[in-house]
Design a protein around this ligand. Structure first.
Ligand code: ADP
Length: 345
């Protein structure tokens, strides 16, 4: 049987990245721990309204307990605002004020992780910025944020300030693009095992609590998959269209089918399909070799009446530049068709 000392110890694993990495216990944020059979309920106290990291800390506290407690233990994290002792509202009622001067929002989606969604997202952002447009990218992939690494901004902490009731986060600017990522607040080794509403809230914060200012395009690197988390969030945002990234190893027709269904539920068009790792170009003879077999992307696009596709080769240079955070050196030409389509919306 676990006791509150155990829970207290586990909560010491959760550090507040904006407070010198002190943990929840050291910061006096653990207000109460209740243990009943198979159920742990922790109340966290926040000093002011909407700590920009509140959802992250709540998620991490839950994850720390689930990691350590016997399997099947139910965990609930409540939060209160200290001094006021007012229970925090369930869910965030963030408005869309920060999107008021954003002209177009485009989601970048994929069926699963690792197909190159982030590579395509950052490439598109840099390509649009090179053309002189004002661009922001929200890395909303709560399960595997890659923008900090790809932009060599790892370890930086975006500024935050209080404005009335609301805590505002300031995006980082580099390569002419405004960047925001859950990765600035989570350590890479911290497994983000967020589920359902918690992932939804963290995701909303990364979009709605950010001072984007005036933007022609806000690109959103969505969490992989077409499940409830992306759908719930993106149904509530004024998205103008989505770009779907696939790889030839997948059941492309099924993935695109699901993405089209998601886009229909969001009431937006699929602007383009991007097949990543489509072929390998022989450096000597320039012949294109379809390593994973003949591409099906053209026929799938025509089946789903999608008029724009792009194909990106397997290119060790992409991986190298991403690793080094030198994405401004990417060859953006591969995505020209997608950029042109985006400019038409
Ligand atoms: P996702 O966002 O879908 O999880 P990423 O864009 O992070 O995928 O890509 C996963 C890995 O594959 C990264 O290491 C990236 O550098 C590499 N990668 C992506 N596209 C290519 C490509 N066309 N050629 C070579 N490596 C690639």
């Amino acid at each position: 049987m676990i006791n509150s000392n155990d829970v207290n110890k586990w909560l010491q694993e959760v550090e507040h990245p904006a407070k010198g990495d002190k943990n929840l216990v050291e910061l006096g944020m653990v207000e109460n721990i209740e243990i009943a059979e198979g159920q742990v309920t922790v109340t966290l106290a926040f000093a002011k309204h909407r700590d920009p990291l509140a959802e992250y800390l709540i998620g991490s506290a839950k994850a720390a307990i689930i990691r350590n407690a016997p399997q099947g233990t139910q965990v609930e994290i409540k939060s209160i605002i200290k001094n006021e002792a007012a229970p925090k509202k369930k869910g965030l009622d963030l408005g869309e004020e920060e999107l008021a001067n954003v002209k177009h929002i485009i989601g970048i989606a994929s069926g699963k992780g690792g197909v190159g969604k982030s590579t395509v997202s950052v490439n598109l952002a840099v390509a649009l910025a090179r053309l002189g447009y004002k661009v922001g990218l929200a890395d909303a992939d709560v399960y595997g944020p890659s923008v900090p690494k790809m932009t060599a901004t790892e370890g930086l902490m975006p500024d935050a300030f209080q404005e009335g009731e609301k805590e505002i986060i300031v995006p980082l600017e580099k390569y002419g693009v405004k960047w925001m990522s859950i990765g600035y607040f989570a350590r890479p080794e911290q497994a983000l095992i967020w589920r359902g509403p918690m992932a939804c809230n963290a995701l909303k914060q990364m979009i709605l609590q950010v001072r984007w200012g005036e933007l022609d395009f806000l690109l959103i690197d969505m969490p992989p998959g077409t499940g409830d988390v992306p759908l719930t969030v993106f149904q509530s945002l004024p998205v103008n269209g989505i770009v779907v990234v696939t790889s030839p190893q997948e059941l492309v027709s099924m993935i695109v089918g699901k993405a089209v269904k998601m886009a229909n539920l969001m009431n937006v068009p699929v602007l383009s399909l991007v097949e990543n790792m489509s072929y390998f170009e022989c450096p000597d003879c320039k012949k294109k070799i379809s390593i994973f077999g003949e591409s099906k992307i053209d026929s799938v696009a025509s089946d789903f009446l999608i008029d724009t596709i792009a194909k990106l080769p397997i290119c060790p240079e992409f991986a190298n530049l991403s690793d080094k955070g030198q994405i401004e050196k990417f060859d953006g030409d591969y995505l020209n068709s997608v950029v042109e389509k985006i400019l038409k919306i």
